[in-house]
Write a protein that binds this ligand. Structure first.
Ligand code: HEC
Length: 451
């Protein structure tokens, strides 16, 4: 398949497979798109000339992919609700969708596992339709074709509530006043979890309580402390992250009568936020749920946890290797870094020497953190002896447009101006029987699919 590469700074972004081919628009459109490098032109066919219009083609795409954030009172910088909005922002919209920066979800489309749960990436056809509209006359179209407006949930409410209903438990951090300007701050209160019996967690979502609070909350990690049944990592949150979902059959334990310890990193960002708070919504599996295998979310370091420096105008690659004492399933992957990180990947080195690409992000943005959750039937299985290879690439040159100051030495550290090098990985810890069972189940479903 042909591919289109765009160079953004030092990191290569492969935009497409299908976009680079001749794409014929579906649904009665006779037009065709021809892509040349990152320039996509709309070539209308001479006879049955059907235009791409806002009401029929663009409005549904914006509703589905953009308006959750781009509406009055949500987190996007401008609404994308009306024909006028779309026209006014058309050039930027085209750039952002072609480069797969919007909707914000950095995960390469051409390498590694593509079957992800809750995947917000747009289809090639949707992108091609937007490009065709922006490159043509940007017609409004028949108002009767405009889809009815969507009723959106309150943007400060939990997003996962749409799937799982309201959380069983909500734990809120104690308030903290974040000044308009200043150094990074850390706030580490402990709050009773309100969970009175040991249970298995189904999903977790962390949210700043207000929209202003969101923009100053760089990360908010939570851990269980005390209680019966021990502590352990509850969740990890960094700006822009949705949440975590624990696959069925696995158990991330919530201890009885424990406390939730918050580790919040506030980042003064030009607005004063008094009484900033973070809330954690926890959905539990039913009491009689049997999660045989322990599921953990842990931080996996690169470079063996040692420090590093990135020279002014320099670049760096860090790498980490991890093996496990039992067979495991890798459920989710989330790279972490700051403004000099530009790309990250996760691979498997099999005991027989073969490597497999699991996932790659080549357009990293520290504004958005995502836990990429692998679909049940493709989540990678590792035997004892297999290893994970985690790689991160840093760019401290002017080519990295997020770089606040290429003249600085950058070291590893907690501040936003420092760098970090680790991944958050969700792992189900299996045994021989467990891994065999998963293989057999997958095989069974494959056979069913074929029938
Ligand atoms: C999850 C929330 C979210 C979704 C979904 C989303 N955006 Fe955004 N968008 C943002 C935020 C926040 C910003 C500003 C920060 C940034 O650039 O990351 C932004 C910035 C932009 C900008 C840049 C504005 C400027 O100042 O230049 C454009 C254009 C844009 N979005 C278009 C879109 C389009 C088109 C879609 C759907 C295909 C979309 N966005 C989906 C949150 C979102």
């Amino acid at each position: 398949m042909q591919q289109v590469s765009i160079y953004r700074g030092a990191s290569r972004i492969v935009v497409s497979g299908a976009l680079a081919m001749l794409v014929t628009l579906g649904m009665g459109h006779a037009g065709a798109l021809v892509a040349q490098q990152n320039v996509v032109q709309f070539a209308s066919s001479s006879s049955a000339d059907v235009e791409v219009t806002f009401t029929a083609d663009i409005a549904p795409i914006l509703q589905k992919n953009c308006q959750l954030c781009h509406q009055e009172g949500s987190i996007g910088p401008m609404p994308l609700m009306t024909y006028q909005d779309a026209r006014r922002w058309s050039r930027r919209i085209k750039d952002m969708v072609v480069q797969r920066e919007m909707p914000p979800y950095q995960y390469d489309t051409d390498t590694g596992i593509q079957d992800l749960k809750y995947d917000p990436r747009m289809s090639e056809e949707e992108i091609a339709t937007i490009v065709a509209w922006v490159d043509s006359d940007m017609l409004e179209g028949d108002p009767a074709l405009l889809p009815p407006p969507i009723e959106w949930p309150d943007p400060t409410e939990f997003t996962l509530a749409e799937r799982f209903g309201p959380p069983d438990v909500i734990v809120t951090s104690t308030p903290y006043d974040v000044p308009e300007i200043g150094q990074d701050r850390w706030w580490q209160p402990s709050v009773d979890s309100g969970i009175t019996e040991e249970r298995c967690i189904r999903a977790i979502e962390t949210k700043a309580v207000t929209i202003d609070g969101r923009s100053v909350t760089h990360h908010a990690n939570t851990t269980f402390r005390g209680g019966d049944g021990g502590g352990g990592r509850l969740s990890e949150y960094a700006l822009g992250k949705l949440g975590e979902i624990i696959p069925e059959g696995a158990c991330r334990t919530a201890p009885a009568n424990g406390q939730v310890g918050f580790d919040i990193h506030y980042w003064p960002n030009g607005i004063q936020v008094d009484g900033a708070q973070v809330k954690v919504g926890i959905w539990l599996y039913p009491e009689d749920y049997e999660g045989k295998y322990r599921q953990t979310l842990s931080l996996y370091g690169l470079q063996g946890g040692r420090g590093f420096d990135i020279a002014p105008h320099g670049t760096l690659m860090t790498q980490g290797f991890h093996s496990f004492r039992t067979p495991v399933r890798i459920d989710s992957w989330q790279p972490h870094g700051h403004t000099r990180l530009v790309a990250a990947s996760i691979q498997i080195l099999r005991e027989n020497g073969r490597t497999e690409m699991v996932g790659m992000v080549s357009n990293w943005s520290a504004l958005w953190h995502h836990s990429h959750i692998f679909a049940d039937d493709v989540a990678p299985l590792l035997e004892v002896g297999d290893k994970l290879i985690l790689t991160s690439w840093y760019d401290n040159t002017v080519n990295n447009r997020y770089n606040p100051d290429p003249d600085q030495w950058v070291s590893i550290g907690d501040r936003t101006a420092d760098e970090m090098s680790h991944n958050w990985i969700g792992v189900t810890h299996l045994d021989e029987e467990g891994i065999e069972q998963i293989r057999a189940d997958r095989q069974g479903r494959l056979i069913l699919d074929r029938d």
